[in-house]
Design a protein around this ligand. Structure first.
Ligand code: BGC
Length: 515
C-alpha cells in the first residue's frame, strides 16, 4: 500500500513486515495529546462562559441580562452576545487560516517542526488566557490556541499515519477522535471543579490547557521525523535507517520502495488543488467537501460548546448545568468505543444511517419538549421531570453522533482518495470542518435567540438531508484497499459515469494489491 501525506487506514492491501515498536507507542501518545488539546478547547469555553465571575469581569452586559431575566423575559436570548461567541469561535477561524501555513511547513520542514511550532504557540495562548486582564487578551489568547491547533491538526494525523504500521492505521484514526472526546470530557470535569472555587476558577480552567500542550511540545522535540518526510526532503539514507528502526526489522525493502515511489508521485502533482477538480475525482471532491459540512450541521457543537449555557437556558441551576455537561461528555467518550468495534464489521453506512435516524428522533423530541415548555415567547421553565427527559434525549443524540458522524466525519474523507489527491483532500476536509465549526460557534446563540425551539428542528432537518445523502451517494468503503477504491465508484449508480473505464482496478502507479 502506498503511503502518502494523509491518513491511510489499513484495510487490506500489502502486508509489510512490522512490529509495534516503542516509536509506534510514542506516536500514539503524541496523537493522544494532539487530540486532547483540541478536545479540551472545544469543551472548556462553554463552562467558562457560564461562570458568573468570568461573565462579570469580561462580559458584564451578558451577566446583567442573565441575572435580570425574570420568568417574564425570553430565556432564548439571555446569552446572545457576539463578543461572547467570538471568544469561542475565533479559535476555529484562526485554526482554519493556520492550517494552510501548516501544510507548507509540514511539507518543507517536516511533521516534527510543525508539531513543535503548534505546541509552543498553543502554550503562549494558554498562558495569555489564564492571565487575561481584558477581553483582548482573552481573544488574542484564543486566536493563538487556534493557530496551535491548526498546526497540530495538520501535522499530528499525518505523523501518525506515517509512523503506524499500515494495519493499525484505521484504529489510530478513530483513536484521534477518541482523544478529542476525552479532551472534551476532561474540560467539563475541570470546569465542574473550578466553578466551585470562589475566585479565579475560570483562570485555572483556561490555563490548564497548557498541560497537554506541554506534553505535546516536549514530545515533538524528542520524536524522530517520519521516513516519508525525510524522503520528501531528500534524505533517503536517513529515511531507510529510520524506517528499519521504527518497524523493528531490516526487512523493509518493499515498504521503502513504495515510500520512495509515493514521494515521486506526489512530487509530480504540482497543483494538487487543481488536480482534484478533474472530472474523474468528482466523487471524492463532493464527498470530501460535504461530509465535514454535514458533520457540523448535525448541531453537535451546540452541545459540545454550549452545553452548560444551553442547560442554563433551559432553566437548570449552575451546578446542574455543569454536571449535565459532564454527563454528555461521558456519553460521548463511551459511545466512541462502539464505532471502534463496529466500523470494520458492520461498515460505515450502517453507522451513518442508524446514527442519523437516532439523532433525528432525539432532535424532534427535544424541540417538541422545549416548544411545549417555553413556546414562542421563551418564558417558563422546565420541571425536574421534563428537564431530565430533555437531558436523556440529548445523551441519546450525543451517543448517536459519537458512533457515526463523529469518527466517520474524519475517517471517510481520509480513505476515499487516491494518492495524488489525498493531501489536497485532507486539507479541504480540515478547512471545511473548521470553517463550519466557526460558523456554528459564532451563530448558535443568536440562532437560539431567533429560531427558538425551531433551532432543534432546523438541525433535525439537516440530519434528514445528510442521512438521505449518505443513503444515495456514499458507497460502503469498509475493507476496500485504497488503491481499489475506483471499483467502488465505478459500480456506483451515480458516480460510475465519472470514472473512466481504464481507471478501474489500476492504481495510478504500479503498486499491486493482493487483498
Ligand atoms: C468534531 C468536533 C466535535 C467532536 C465531538 C469531532 O469529530 O469534528 O467538531 O466537537 O467531534 O466529539
Amino acid at each position: 500500500m502506498a503511503v502518502g501525506g494523509g491518513i491511510v487506514p489499513g484495510s487490506g492491501g500489502k502486508q509489510y513486515e512490522a512490529r509495534v515498536t516503542p516509536f509506534v507507542v510514542i506516536a500514539c501518545v503524541v496523537a493522544a495529546t494532539g487530540g486532547l488539546i483540541f478536545g479540551y478547547d472545544i469543551g472548556i469555553s462553554g463552562g467558562v462562559t457560564s461562570m458568573d465571575e468570568f461573565l462579570l469581569k469580561f462580559f458584564p452586559s451578558v451577566y446583567a441580562k442573565e441575572k435580570n431575566t425574570t420568568g417574564h423575559d425570553s430565556q432564548y436570548c439571555k446569552f446572545e452576545n457576539h463578543l461572547l461567541t467570538l471568544f469561542t469561535s475565533s479559535l476555529y477561524l484562526a485554526a482554519l487560516i493556520a492550517s494552510f501555513f501548516a501544510s507548507a511547513t509540514t511539507r518543507k520542514f517536516g511533521r516534527k517542526i510543525s508539531m513543535t511550532v503548534g505546541g509552543v504557540i498553543f502554550l503562549i495562548g494558554a498562558v495569555l488566557n489564564g492571565a487575561a486582564m481584558n477581553v483582548s487578551m482573552l481573544i488574542i489568547g484564543r486566536i493563538l490556541l487556534g493557530v496551535g491547533i491548526g498546526y497540530a491538526n495538520q501535522s499530528v494525523p499525518v505523523y501518525l499515519s506515517e509512523m503506524a504500521p499500515p494495519k493499525l492505521r484505521g484504529a489510530l484514526n478513530i483513536g484521534f477522535q477518541m482523544a478529542i472526546t476525552i479532551g472534551i470530557l476532561a474540560a467539563s470535569l475541570v470546569n465542574y471543579g473550578t466553578s466551585k472555587m470562589r475566585e479565579n476558577g475560570w483562570r485555572i480552567s483556561l490555563a490548564l490547557a497548557a498541560v497537554p500542550a506541554l506534553i505535546m511540545t516536549i514530545g515533538a522535540v524528542f520524536l524522530p521525523d517520519t521516513p516519508n518526510s525525510l524522503i520528501e526532503r531528500g534524505q533517503k539514507e536517513n529515511a531507510r535507517a529510520m524506517l528499519e528502526k521504527i518497524r523493528g526489522t531490516s526487512e523493509v525493502d518493499e515498504e521503502f520502495a513504495d515510500l520512495v515511489e509515493a514521494s515521486e508521485v506526489s512530487r509530480q502533482v504540482e497543483q494538487p488543488l487543481k488536480t482534484i477538480l478533474e472530472r474523474k475525482y468528482r466523487p471524492q471532491l463532493v464527498i470530501t467537501s460535504l461530509i465535514p459540512f454535514f458533520q457540523q450541521f448535525t448541531g453537535i457543537n451546540v452541545i459540545m460548546f454550549y452545553a452548560p449555557v444551553l442547560f442554563k437556558t433551559l432553566g437548570f441551576g449552575d451546578d446542574a448545568s455543569l454536571m449535565s455537561a459532564v454527563v454528555t461528555g461521558m456519553v460521548n467518550v463511551l459511545a466512541t468505543f462502539v464505532s471502534i468495534f463496529t466500523v470494520d464489521k458492520f461498515g460505515r453506512r450502517v453507522l451513518f444511517l442508524e446514527g442519523g435516524i437516532q439523532m433525528i428522533i432525539c432532535q424532534i423530541g427535544v424541540g417538541a419538549l422545549v416548544a411545549s415548555v417555553f413556546g414562542v415567547s421563551g418564558t417558563g421553565s422546565f420541571s425536574k421531570g421534563t428537564g431530565n427527559l430533555a437531558l436523556a434525549l440529548i445523551c441519546v443524540y450525543v451517543a448517536a453522533f459519537a458512533w457515526s458522524w463523529g469518527p466517520l466525519g474524519w475517517l471517510v474523507p481520509s480513505e476515499i482518495h487516491p494518492l495524488e489527491t489525498r493531501s489536497a483532500g485532507q486539507s479541504i476536509n480540515v478547512s471545511v470542518n473548521m470553517f463550519f465549526t466557526f460558523i456554528i460557534g459564532q451563530l448558535f446563540l443568536s440562532m437560539l435567540c431567533h429560531l427558538k425551539f425551531g433551532l432543534f428542528f432546523f438541525f433535525g432537518g439537516w440530519v434528514v438531508t445528510m442521512t438521505a445523502f449518505v443513503y444515495f451517494f456514499v458507497p460502503e468503503t469498509k475493507n476496500v484497499p485504497i488503491e481499489e477504491m475506483n471499483r467502488v465508484w465505478k459500480s456506483h449508480w451515480f458516480w460510475g459515469k465519472y470514472i473512466p473505464d481504464d481507471a478501474v482496478g489500476l492504481a495510478h502507479h504500479n503498486t499491486t494489491n493482493n487483498a
